[in-house]
Design a protein around this ligand. Structure first.
Ligand code: URP
Ligand code: ZN
Ligand code: ZN
Ligand code: ZN
Length: 460
């Protein structure tokens, strides 16, 4: 099968030009003006933008968490991602404390293999670092193609590891050519503030926010950066929300040290005033919580300064009924927010359309950097000869409205209900197949492929 995409405005992290793309089988075989080729089918992309498929390196699909499971499965979540122009996601496997990494991987494979619609990879979350897990890290990197190891400095008693384990893990992961990624907030301080609010009868969603102040994130981000510096292990901080944490990384960067930073779309465009309503605020109960307008400005500036390299989602949806588990106690509201389908369109509308970032920067943070940082480039994350034909054809002028009534995520509310966006995903190719066209999904459950990733250098 071959497809010719004609006359689109191709935007990569570095280029912006009008040309044709010739797709043969699963990959891009030629790019140029007026390509002299015969194709099985032709797509006219005149007037449209043509981006590489989006890569969301932070999603939680069918994840057991806080006494329930996140509501998108690998099937529904990756299908929704495709509708929104994201062709590859990286999901989190969670080690159970007292058990092996291999067991956790087998558990996730039992849900993901043969069911995903879009391409996917895994991060391995290490929640119990000991001599046995140490030996398994090499196998994850060498055999499974899982080269990033997630840690939690919070969720005390469930997922959190202490600094002793963190240092040991970093030394081991560096040895094996991997990267340590981190949920960087101070779990002990959050635990104390949460207990204090509960004991005072302060139980509304607002107290979730007040139990995780900016300082908890700034402190842990700086501590993680210092440990990455000491061990020389490549490090990546997930879902950064605030100025204080960004400053901690800025200081590390001044010492000539590289720690990658991811923010998520919600932290760029939503703020903590949403918690002021009564229980409605549970829709945005996530960790870390939404912050202030000044933090949004710092994050947009951080993107343009190159301090923030990735915009992900931390997609972790729960049905409203699941959120109601915490109706009398904010600490029981499952933490997480749905956005896997909305990231590319929200970032375009709020970022590119409103002039906060350029189209090249858009592709860099949503497609190219995630591929480079996590060992998938140049197979994924760009439009180049030899790369997978993961391509998004995007109308920059079409307007549309977000709503739970029309989204494809398996969740019964939207954090962006009624938002008017400019710019819409029209057609999506995944490995040379038209996966989305005209608001229809044309690939089946099981089409998604597990992407084995390369060792990482910590440089891009
Ligand atoms: O609230 C969140 N972020 N839920 C998902 C788990 C995590 O911390 O990323
Ligand atoms: Zn076991
Ligand atoms: Zn987290
Ligand atoms: Zn997460």
């Amino acid at each position: 099968m071959s497809i010719l995409i004609k006359n689109g405005r191709i935007v990569t992290a570095t280029d912006d030009y009008v040309a044709d793309i010739f797709v043969e089988g699963e990959t891009i075989s030629a790019i140029g003006k007026n390509l002299p080729v015969e194709a099985d089918s032709t797509i006219d992309a005149s007037g449209k933008l043509v981006f590489p498929g989006g890569i969301d390196p932070h999603v939680h699909l069918a994840m057991p968490f806080m006494g329930t499971f996140s509501s998108d499965t690998h099937e529904t979540g990756t299908r929704a991602a495709l509708f929104g122009g994201t062709t590859t996601v990286i999901d989190f496997v969670l080690q159970k404390q007292g058990h092996s990494l291999k067991e956790a991987l087998a558990d996730w494979n039992s849900r993901a293999r043969g069911t995903t619609v879009g391409d996917y990879s895994f991060h391995m979350a290490v929640t119990d670092f000991n001599e046995d897990t140490k030996a398994e890290i090499k196998e994850m990197v060498e055999t499974e193609g899982i080269t990033s190891f997630k840690t939690f400095m919070a969720y005390k008693g469930a997922l959190m590891i202490d600094d002793r384990q963190m240092i040991g893990l970093m030394q081991e992961v560096k040895k094996q050519g991997g990267m340590v990624t981190v949920h960087a907030t101070n779990g002990d301080v959050i635990d104390y503030l949460t207990a204090k609010h509960r004991s005072e009868g302060k139980l509304a969603p607002l107290y979730h926010y007040l139990s995780q102040p900016e300082v908890t994130e700034a402190e842990a981000s700086g501590r993680f950066a210092d440990m990455a510096d000491y061990t020389g292990c490549p490090g990546y901080i997930v879902h950064m929300t605030c100025e204080g944490a960004l400053n901690a990384v800025r200081n590390a960067t001044r010492r000539n040290q590289k720690v990658f930073v991811e923010t998520c779309i919600q932290y760029l465009i939503l703020d903590a005033s949403l918690y002021e309503s009564n229980f409605e605020g549970a829709k945005w109960v996530m960790s870390p919580p939404l912050r202030e307008k000044k933090d949004q400005q710092s994050l947009w500036a951080g993107i343009n300064q190159g301090l923030v390299q990735v915009v992900a989602t931390d997609h972790c949806p729960f049905m409203w009924e699941q959120k109601l588990m915490g109706k009398d106690d904010f600490s029981k509201i499952p933490n997480g927010h749905p956005a896997i389908e909305n990231r590319m369109e929200l970032l375009f509308s709020e970022g590119v359309h409103k002039g906060k970032i350029t189209p090249n920067k858009y592709v860099e943070v949503a497609c190219t950097n995630p591929a480079k940082i996590f060992g998938m480039f140049p197979r994924k994350g760009t439009i180049a000869i030899g790369s997978d034909a993961d391509i998004v054809i995007f109308d920059p002028n079409e307007t549309h409205t977000l709503s739970a009534k029309t989204h494809h995520m398996n969740v019964d509310y939207s954090g962006y209900e009624g938002w008017e966006l400019t710019g819409k995903v029209k057609t999506v190719l995944l490995r040379g197949k038209v996966a989305i066209d005209d608001d229809k999904c044309l690939v089946d459950k099981g089409y998604g492929q597990f992407i084995k990733r390369s060792k990482v250098s910590g440089k891009i």
